[in-house]
Design a protein around this ligand. Structure first.
Ligand code: GDP
Length: 140
């Protein structure tokens, strides 16, 4: 059965452009409840840990640099079928391929600076949420 939580980041490009509020509005209007949320900034070392699965990809160094380049918002979200529904809401990795009305189509500026992160599995949603939040930082 699909889980009911996912994890997201509003990435440095969207945060710096002042789009965090508009993106959170879309997320809430799509039926996601915010379970935990913080504004923070990753060091490049922490960005490297978060994206360790991409270590062998050619864009890994650029990705770590970009993700540590400015503040972000990290959040755990709750909704039935959360992971899949959130991936639908954000759209394809490359905004050029993202469906109309998706967050990346509206706010992303490139395949790298693509406005938001969304977990790709229930297992990763759990790991990624735990990367940022302890039990006292979550709504019960
Ligand atoms: P996601 O699950 O849709 O976020 O995509 P991936 O897990 O494949 O990639 C993780 C992140 O790496 C993406 O959200 C982008 O920020 C970045 N990224 C993915 N592909 C590329 C690429 O080809 N070039 C660059 N520069 N960044 C990329």
């Amino acid at each position: 059965m699909a889980g009911n939580r996912t994890f997201t980041m509003i990435k440095p490009d969207a945060f710096a452009a002042g789009n965090s509020g508009a993106i959170l509005k879309m997320i809430e209007e799509a039926g996601f409840k915010i379970v935990a949320m913080k504004a923070t900034q990753l060091s490049s070392e922490l960005a490297g840990k978060f994206y360790a699965v991409h270590k062998e990809r050619p864009f890994y160094a650029d990705l770590c640099k970009y993700m540590s380049s400015g503040p972000i918002i990290a959040a755990i979200l709750e909704k039935d079928n959360a992971v899949e529904d959130f991936r639908t809401l954000i759209g394809a990795t490359n905004p050029a391929n993202a469906a109309e009305g998706t967050i990346r189509k509206i706010f992303a500026t490139s395949i790298e600076a693509n406005a938001v992160h969304g977990s790709d599995s229930d297992e990763n949603a759990e790991i990624e949420g735990n990367f940022y939040f302890n039990q006292y930082e979550r709504v019960k």
